[in-house]
Write a protein of this length. Structure first.
Lengths: 200, 274
């Protein structure tokens, strides 16, 4: 039995679409049928449906052997896991967005504090970074911050809140991560899962 | 006052330390001790020292950097750069401090380039763990001479390649190394990788022979499953040979680790974390 932690929400939808397109009816069926269940077992695989931020923690602690999470989460949290594969779904990107275009953004609101710090260090600009856990757009709308650093997929949420993407940052996609010990002790199951995913 | 409280766990911990030191002393190891506070000279810090410093508990006093001991082998290597240790085999116990937390280490060093003497030390270590702590069930074994021979020193020094190797990221390595045969190898199960390495890179046969010898020592000592790790990178530059991580049943972090290193001469050291 292999245990795989999956991000709930948008990324799970993308994963289901990928499974559907790539011929995994049993995994797809079992995961799609899950209503509020957080644990789904099918064909020797136990899927744990957890919050995206928590996927690396489940994997690092060895509760899950594998995990599927976004590269945004891995960029933010310094998880001690193996990042085995870049997966062809969950595409979006980091961006700096604001209400008005400014020559410099002195105050940034974001959920991704560590990532934002690395971005502004690269650009050699001192900024104040405010950590928020959700509804980050609001900070730029009401003037709490000059801009936000967040992930952008379609840009619809930004548009609806009167914000505009100003600088496109790193690309994001889903990643397959593994517990460093399970990588050896469950190598046959892990490699079998990787092959089944049919990622080129 | 805590001294009046009887703490069985603390007593067991002290007993274990005494048993460990006595066990190895009975096998001819000298008992050594080093200061828990290490002193660094700003001007003479090595790359290894600088790399480890963010994880150390450190402070500056009178223009000198002080840090709590991070790892016994590291402390011994630093000591050996300045002084000579007369013992050929040594054993120690004491606290180490990592990123704000304290753990304790029981360890032994064999200051000899004789692989037989080093492997004897490893077998004693596993024997002690089996009798007094817990028998390790699995081992992951690597050899730090492998990657420079397979990829070349220049590629191994590249930060992006190092990150991809440490992550075992097939996607990133494919982008960075193209069609290198290493990519096919890491797609295989660890158990079959050494066999394939032998035929793909005949020049590394000698290193693989060493790896196999250590693997046999681990199996003879009772380790049920031994996995080779061909993409391992050393945490400190003095590690230049075999490196072993031992795992207990159901554990995902090593209960003991150590390997071959060079400091003044060839040596092998291993520590148990408890």
């Amino acid at each position: 039995m292999i245990t795989i932690a999956l991000s709930k929400g948008r990324q799970l939808k993308d994963f289901l679409a990928y499974l559907d397109e790539n011929g995994h009816p049993r995994w797809h069926g079992a995961l799609k049928a899950a209503q509020r269940e957080l644990l789904v077992e099918t064909n020797g695989i136990r899927f744990l449906l957890v919050k995206g931020d928590d996927v690396p923690i489940y994997v690092e602690e060895g509760i899950a052997d594998l995990g599927i999470t976004g590269s945004d989460i891995l960029a933010e949290y310094d998880a001690d896991v193996n990042e085995l594969l870049e997966l062809p779904f969950g595409y979006c990107h980091f961006a700096i967005a604001s209400k008005e275009e400014l020559p410099e953004y002195g105050t940034i609101a974001t959920k991704y504090v560590n990532y934002s710090r690395s971005v502004f260090e690269r650009s050699e600009k001192p900024v104040k970074i405010i950590k928020l856990n959700g509804s980050v757009e609001l900070a730029a709308v009401i003037g709490m911050a000059d801009a936000i650093v967040d992930i952008v997929q379609s840009g619809e949420t930004l548009r609806m809140n009167g914000l505009k993407e100003r600088i496109r940052l790193d690309e994001i996609s889903a990643r397959l991560i593994a517990n460093k010990h399970a990588f050896f002790t469950k190598s046959a199951e892990i490699r079998s899962f990787m092959n089944e995913l049919k990622v080129n | 006052m805590t001294s009046f409280i009887y703490n069985p766990a603390l007593i067991r911990q002290k007993q274990l330390e005494v048993e460990f030191l006595s066990f190895f002393h009975g096998h001819g190891f000298d008992i050594i001790d080093l200061p828990v506070v290490e002193t660094f000279d700003w001007q003479a810090m090595t790359e290894d020292d600088l790399k480890l410093m963010p994880q150390r508990e450190s402070w500056v006093q009178n223009g000198t950097v002080h840090a709590l001991r991070h790892d016994w082998t590291n402390a011994i290597v630093r000591y050996l750069h300045k002084y000579k240790i007369d013992a050929e085999r040594a054993v120690y116990s004491g606290p180490v401090f990592h990123s704000g937390s304290e753990t304790r280490q029981l360890g032994m060093e064999v200051f000899s380039e004789s692989t037989d003497r080093q492997q004897e030390g490893l077998s004693l270590m596993i024997g002690f763990m089996n009798e007094r702590i817990e028998m390790p069930k699995t081992a992951v074994i690597s050899h730090y001479a492998l990657l420079p021979m397979i990829l070349g020193e220049e590629k191994v020094a590249d930060p992006a390649i190092r990150r991809a190797l440490s992550q075992r990221s097939t996607s990133a390595l494919r982008q960075l190394l193209g069609d290198h045969p290493l990519l096919d190898l890491i797609g295989d199960q660890p158990e079959s990788q050494v066999h394939k390495l032998r035929s793909a890179f005949p020049e590394i046969r000698e290193v693989l022979g060493e790896l196999t010898g250590w693997e046999e020592t681990l199996r003879e000592a009772g380790i049920e499953a031994v996995y080779p790790d061909i993409t391992a990178l050393p945490s400190q530059s003095y590690y230049d040979g075999v490196f072993i991580r031992l795992y207990g049943s159901g554990r995902t972090t090593p209960v003991a680790s150590g390997g071959q290193y060079t400091a003044r001469s060839k040596a092998f050291g291993m520590g148990i974390f408890y």
